[in-house]
Design a protein around this ligand. Structure first.
Ligand code: COA
Length: 386
């Protein structure tokens, strides 16, 4: 039995293929490096939900459908306000708001998927603004999805370069085989539950630091190094202490993570568009030093740059703080979750693996029956917040 299901194939999918030996990622038939930097998010979303790229009229109709669903239900806004009032982490706020999107609507898989994809930018944006004592900005329906997300966060219309950089990011990370959150979504929907329940579970899975949490520490390492001359000393010291370098190494990719290349190019383009390049140059020199030292330490293992390193660089360049890195990942990955749910409903079977029991056997319960009585109770029911 393989702990953690490593190497176990648990689904058939047409959505994405991760070739870890060759370092290739295929998104619904297209090489990720060809699709992600050029396609609009709306086109990629259509491709994932419908299995082919849209014709121009279909693209327009689909984009309208998404923009028409950007506004959040009042109850979701209230939950986000309450979550911000108690400083809930952004991923918790997202996990609380998603199920409310089903309020007052009849269950429908495709409709629920589109509702979630359309609503995520406003959920994260409204929450973030409440957290900073501001009101959510009115929804703009004339902005494409990526630009709309940046607008929801800052209240300002982003430049085309900023929108393109974020759009490339969202496209690049929208799906990646049977990662933990996608698997969680597929398990939930495989019981013929509903898409919004599955997406809520996926948000919970993504929250964990082993899944969506590496770009923050990767950014922290670059910030800590501060200048190229310090890279060697700081990285050596980390490796001497047995620390792992965040943003390097991957369970599946035995060569360079292709998403790192796509985001490296997007970052290069973005940082060449008139913004301060110093951080970009610093990160590139940190990367080069890290790779050189990792190769010297582990000559028999190929430890290369992964997607998180360039995610950190790109999102930081876009002005997003580390707290928003995982929710921004969710804004893109909700597309993969949704498409996997539709595929699982169409073609899948109940996912119900088995476990190996390693506990004791043949214990005997020989106690006298116990009743719940006054000593089991506090005597008063207390509400946590009035
Ligand atoms: N820095 C330093 N050493 C690393 C390393 C890193 N980023 N990643 C792996 N190694 C070393 C391990 O210490 C181990 O050395 P050992 O054999 O002497 O004990 C060896 O490489 C293999 O490690 P293992 O955990 O088996 O590799 P893995 O392929 O299962 O792990 C990760 C994959 C992603 C968990 C791992 O590379 C890692 O922790 N990376 C940093 C976190 C990160 O960037 N995560 C985002 C991934 S997209």
């Amino acid at each position: 039995m393989m702990q953690g299901l490593e190497g176990v194939v648990a689904a058939r999918t047409r959505l994405s293929h991760v070739d870890g030996e060759a370092g290739r990622l295929t998104l619904a038939g297209y090489a990720a490096e060809e699709l992600a930097p050029h396609a609009g998010f709306e086109e990629v979303a259509y491709l994932f939900l419908h299995g082919r790229l849209p014709e121009p009229a279909e693209r327009t109709a689909f984009a309208r459908e998404l923009t028409g669903r950007r506004t959040l239900p009042r109850a979701a806004i209230e939950v986000l306000r309450e979550a911000a009032a108690v400083n809930a982490p952004p991923m918790d706020a997202l996990r609380m708001a998603v199920p409310i999107l089903s309020l007052g609507r009849a269950e429908n898989p495709l409709d629920d998927a589109i509702a979630a994809i359309a609503a995520f930018p406003a959920v994260v944006g409204a929450y973030w603004r409440f957290r900073h004592g501001e009101s959510p900005v009115p929804i703009r329906c004339d902005l494409p999805h990526a630009a709309h997300y940046l607008h929801q966060l800052s209240g300002a219309e982003p430049s085309p370069e900023r929108s393109r950089a974020l759009e490339t990011y969202l496209n690049t990370i929208c799906d990646h085989g049977l990662n933990a959150s996608t698997f969680a979504a597929r398990v939930i929907i495989s019981t013929q539950s509903d898409v919004l329940s599955a997406i809520t579970g996926a948000v919970g899975a993504l929250k964990g630091p082993l899944h969506g949490g590496a770009p923050g520490p990767a950014l922290q390492m670059v910030v800590e190094i501060g200048s190229p001359e310090r890279a060697e000393t700081v990285i050596r010291a980390k490796l001497d202490r047995g620390e792992r370098l965040m943003g390097f190494g991957h369970r599946i990719y035995k060569v360079r993570d292709p998403r790192a290349d796509i985001l490296a190019q997007a970052a290069e383009q973005f940082f060449s568009s008139g913004v301060d390049r110093r951080f970009y140059d610093l990160a590139r020199s940190v990367e080069a030093t890290a790779l050189r030292l990792l190769r010297a330490r582990k000559p028999d293992r190929r430890l290369d740059t992964n997607v998180e390193f360039y995610t950190a660089l790109l999102l930081h360049g876009l002005g997003l703080p580390p707290e928003l890195f995982t929710p921004t990942f969710a804004v893109g990955r909700v597309l993969g979750w949704s498409a996997h749910c539709l595929e699982q409903l169409r073609e899948g079977r109940l996912i119900r693996p088995q476990s190996t029991y390693i506990g004791p056997m043949e214990l005997h319960y020989d106690r006298a029956p116990v009743r719940f009585d006054r000593s089991d109770s506090t005597g008063v029911c207390v509400s946590r917040r009035s």
